[in-house]
Design a protein around this ligand. Structure first.
Ligand SMILES: Nc1ncnc2c1ncn2[C@@H]1O[C@H](COP(=O)(O)OP(=O)(O)OP(=O)(O)O)[C@@H](O)[C@H]1O
Ligand SMILES: [Mg+2]
Length: 252
């Protein structure tokens, strides 16, 4: 069982798109996936057809409810979810004054049976607050989606700084699985230049697979379908399958 946090505090950089479609493509390879939606926006939960009126991720973080009560099936075979709800926005208030709140998720997930799951994918909100800290404290691997626009890069530096602090204090073995360039438009020089800048800065931590700009990907959530269901032969499905294959080879 590998726990991968998908994080980048920049809003709209394709975290949720990557969690949902990477989960779908890993499941296509026969893997069993648990998605944990830690974003109060609950986009991954809605996309996967698992509206969580029950606030399961909030319960995960704030109660001792058994995990099997919180894990729900999704519309994708092999993909399960602990779904988010708006209540999650109250997490920091709910645990104010309690101890070791940054590692609450880690302690809760220690009850997962590793033989049941190949991957746990954690979607995070666009902040570096307590929820994202919980994800970084729990994960073995960090996957960072980066859109190829110049403003994306400054946020990455801040994320790497937070990552170093988390490694020092909370989770020394956290590894950067990689940066994945998303919404790449190979026709523009700008997109290529940003990708080159990323590679100059992070070398082989920039994954070989890139996700191209695709209208199919932007449409898929309205139908609650993953890209391999909605456009199985689309470039976006190819891209996410390639990413899944690369993740499989890196996160053994
Ligand atoms: N490769 C792509 N091609 C076209 N549109 C994309 C692509 N990847 C993501 N998008 C679109 O970009 C927007 C933001 O994506 P997404 O919701 O996955 O980002 P996010 O990082 O999870 O955002 P937030 O920080 O709000 O949680 C969405 O409208 C999504 O459909
Ligand atoms: Mg999101």
């Amino acid at each position: 069982m590998k726990i991968i946090a998908v994080a980048n505090q920049k809003g709209g950089c394709a975290k949720t798109t990557t969690v949902v479609n990477l989960a779908a493509c890993l499941a296509e390879f026969g893997k069993k996936i648990l998605v944990i939606d830690l974003d109060p926006q609950a986009n991954a939960t809605t996309w996967l057809g698992a509206d969580s009126g029950g606030g399961d991720a909030f319960k995960l973080l704030t109660t001792k409810a058994p995990l099997e009560q919180l894990i729900a099936p999704t519309s994708l075979e092999g993909v399960y979810i602990i779904g988010a709800s708006r209540e999650l926005a109250n997490f920091e208030k709910a645990v104010a004054g309690e101890i070791a709140v940054e590692t609450r998720l880690k302690r809760r997930l220690s009850a997962l049976k590793p033989e049941h799951w190949d991957f746990v994918l954690i979607d995070t909100p666009p902040t570096l607050g307590l929820i994202t800290l919980n994800a970084l404290s729990t994960a073995q691997e960090l996957l960072v989606p980066v859109t190829t626009h110049v403003l994306s890069l400054s946020g990455v530096a801040q994320l790497v700084e937070t990552l170093e602090e988390v490694k020092d204090v909370l989770n020394p073995s956290l590894n950067i699985l990689g940066f994945v360039a998303c919404r790449v438009d190979s026709r523009t020089r700008h997109s290529k230049e940003i990708l080159e800048l990323l590679i100059n800065q992070f070398g082989d931590k920039v994954l070989k697979s890139t996700i191209r700009e695709s209208i199919r990907l932007a449409e898929a959530p309205s139908f609650q379908l993953s890209i391999n269901q909605y456009g199985s032969k689309s470039t976006a499905a190819d891209d996410y399958r390639a990413l899944a294959a690369e993740v499989l080879s890196l996160a053994k």
